[in-house]
Design a protein around this ligand. Structure first.
Ligand SMILES: Cc1cc2nc3c(=O)[nH]c(=O)nc-3n(C[C@H](O)[C@H](O)[C@H](O)COP(=O)(O)OP(=O)(O)OC[C@H]3O[C@@H](n4cnc5c(N)ncnc54)[C@H](O)[C@@H]3O)c2cc1C
Length: 417
C-alpha cells in the first residue's frame, strides 16, 4: 500500500488548525490538515442553538479578515463563527481534508518522523501538530448515578429549553456556559437552580469599552502561563442579548436559586458546599479589580472616557446567598434534569508518543512538546491566558510555525565539502 508523505500534519481544523495552516504556508512548510468532520465543527454541533461569541466581532477573529456584513461591535452567532473559519480557510487556500479521522500517531523506528494511521490510509510526517481543541471530552462528575431517575446532560449536549423534560432544572457550574444556559432557561419560564463555583467576573462594558478591550490594553490576555499546567479559571461572561455583565444577584432577583458548589448526592438529596457567598464575593472582587486597573489606565493615559461610578455598586446579597441551601431533595423540589456545565478533559489517546507526564497531561513549552516533532496548539494556557481563544491561538500558531521552520533548516543543513 502506498504511503502518503508530508512534512507537517495538522490534526483538527477548528480555529487552531486553520491558524496553523496560515502560518505554515507563510513559512513555506508543506503541510496537510486532517479534520474528522467539517471545519470548525464544534461551533456547529457541540454548542447550544442560541450561542453567540463571548467577544464582539472586531475582537473574536483572526487579524487577517473581518466578519463580512456584520456589526463589528455585535456578537456573532455560532454558525457565523463557523462560517468565518470556512471562509478564512478558503481565503488562505488551506490544504484541509475533511471527513478523515486520525486514529493513531506513532514514532518511526530508527528514522525520523511519525506514522499516522487515519480513517483514509497511512501518512508519514516529520511533524505532527495536535490541534484537536482545548475542550475535547465533556466531564460529568460521578455524583448522581445514571439510574437516579433524573435526566442528566453535559452543557455540550444542551441545545435549547424545549429539549428538557417538564419540571425544574439544576445547572451545575457558573462559568460562561452555565451562567448563559441558566439565564436562557429562566427566560423560558423554567424554575432554575444554579450551582456556583469559583469564577472570574469581568464587567461586560466599562467607561465605553468592552471588557475584551480592557483585558487587552491591561495585558491580561497576554498574561503568560506561570508554569506548565496552569489551570483554566472559568470566566463568567455573556455576549447574549447584545452582551451584558453576568449578574448572579440579578438572576436571583428574577427567581433563580443560587447554590454553592455541588459536592455529593445520596438518597435523592444533593449536597452543596458552604462556599456560595465566598464565590460570589470573589467574583465581585474580580470585577472591582478590573475597574480599578481600568481607572488607573484612564488616568495614566489622560483618556476622556465617561465616568461610570454605578459599575461599582454591588447589590445586597439575596436570601439564597445569606441563608444558603446546603441540601436539596431533587424529587421533592421538582428538579427533573441536571445540566453539568462542568468543563472538559483532554483526550490524546490517539497520540502514542512520549509527550505526556505521569498524569497524562501534555508536556510542552509554548506548545513545543517533549517529543521532538510533536506540537500542541489551542490548549488553555498553552503560552498565555488567550491561548485557547480565537485571537490567542493565531499568535501561538505563528510561534509554532516558526519553531517547525527552524528545525527544518537544521535538518536541511549539509556540511560544505
Ligand atoms: C461554549 C463555548 C463557547 C466558546 N466561545 C468562545 C468565544 O466566544 N470566543 C473565543 O475566542 N473562544 C470561545 N470558546 C473557546 C474556543 O474558541 C473554542 O473552544 C474553539 O472551538 C477552540 O478551537 P480549536 O480549533 O482549538 O478546537 P476545536 O474547535 O475543538 O477543533 C478541533 C477539531 O479537531 C477535530 N478532531 C479532533 N480529533 C480529531 C482526530 N483524531 N482526527 C481528525 N480531527 C480531529 C474536531 O472534529 C474539531 O473540529 C468557546 C468554547 C466553548 C466550549
Amino acid at each position: 500500500m502506498s504511503v502518503e508523505k508530508i512534512d507537517t500534519l495538522v490534526v483538527g481544523a477548528g480555529q487552531a488548525g486553520v491558524a496553523m495552516s496560515e502560518h505554515l504556508s507563510n513559512c513555506g512548510v508543506p503541510h496537510l490538515v486532517l479534520e474528522r468532520h467539517r471545519i470548525a465543527e464544534r461551533w456547529r454541533s457541540e454548542r447550544w442553538d442560541s450561542l453567540v461569541a463571548n467577544g464582539p466581532a472586531w475582537h473574536d477573529r483572526f487579524p487577517g479578515m473581518q466578519f463580512s456584513n456584520f456589526d463589528a461591535d455585535a456578537f456573532a452567532p455560532k454558525e457565523r463563527v463557523a462560517d468565518y473559519f470556512v471562509d478564512y480557510a478558503e481565503m488562505i487556500d488551506a490544504p484541509i481534508r475533511c471527513g478523515v479521522e486520525v486514529k493513531e500517531v506513532c514514532r518511526n523506528d530508527g528514522r525520523p518522523g511519525f506514522r499516522i494511521e487515519t480513517s483514509d490510509g497511512v501518512i508519514e510526517a516529520n511533524n505532527v501538530v495536535a490541534a484537536t481543541g482545548p475542550f475535547q471530552r465533556p466531564i460529568i462528575p460521578a455524583i448522581v448515578p445514571e439510574d437516579a431517575g433524573i435526566s442528566q446532560i453535559h452543557s455540550n449536549a444542551y441545545r435549547n429549553p424545549e429539549q428538557l423534560p417538564e419540571g425544574a432544572v439544576l445547572v451545575v457550574g457558573a462559568g460562561s456556559s452555565g451562567a448563559q444556559i441558566a439565564d436562557e432557561l429562566l427566560r423560558a419560564g423554567k424554575s432554575v437552580y444554579l450551582s456556583v463555583g469559583p469564577h472570574d467576573l469581568p464587567p461586560r462594558r466599562y467607561r465605553g469599552r468592552d471588557f475584551v478591550w480592557w483585558l487587552g490594553v491591561l495585558g491580561k490576555w497576554d498574561v503568560a502561563a506561570l508554569e506548565p499546567g496552569t489551570e483554566h479559571v472559568t470566566i463568567a461572561v455573556s455576549g447574549a442579548h447584545g452582551g451584558h455583565t453576568v449578574d448572579f444577584r440579578q438572576l436571583a432577583a428574577q427567581g433563580l436559586t443560587l447554590l454553592g458548589r455541588t459536592e455529593s448526592f445520596s438518597d435523592g438529596v444533593m449536597h452543596f458546599a458552604t462556599d456560595l457567598a465566598d464565590n460570589i464575593a470573589k467574583g465581585n472582587a474580580n470585577t472591582l479589580s478590573v475597574l480599578d486597573e481600568a481607572d488607573a489606565y484612564v488616568v495614566r493615559n489622560g483618556l476622556d472616557f465617561p465616568e461610570q461610578p454605578e459599575a461599582r455598586v454591588v447589590g445586597a446579597d439575596p436570601q439564597c446567598v445569606t441563608d444558603p441551601i446546603l441540601a436539596l431533595n431533587l424529587v421533592e423540589t421538582g428538579i427533573t434534569s441536571i445540566i453539568w456545565a462542568t468543563g472538559f478533559a483532554l483526550d490524546y489517546s490517539w497520540l502514542k508518543v512520549d509527550a505526556f507526564d505521569d498524569a497524562g497531561k501534555p508536556k510542552h513549552q509554548r506548545g513545543v512538546s517533549a517529543e521532538p516533532g510533536i506540537y500542541f496548539l489551542g490548549l488553555p494556557w498553552l503560552s498565555r491566558r488567550g491561548s485557547s481563544f480565537i485571537w490567542g491561538v493565531w499568535h501561538d500558531a505563528k510561534y509554532l510555525a516558526d519553531q517547525i521552520s527552524i528545525q527544518r533548516h537544521y535538518r536541511a543543513y549539509k556540511p560544505s565539502d
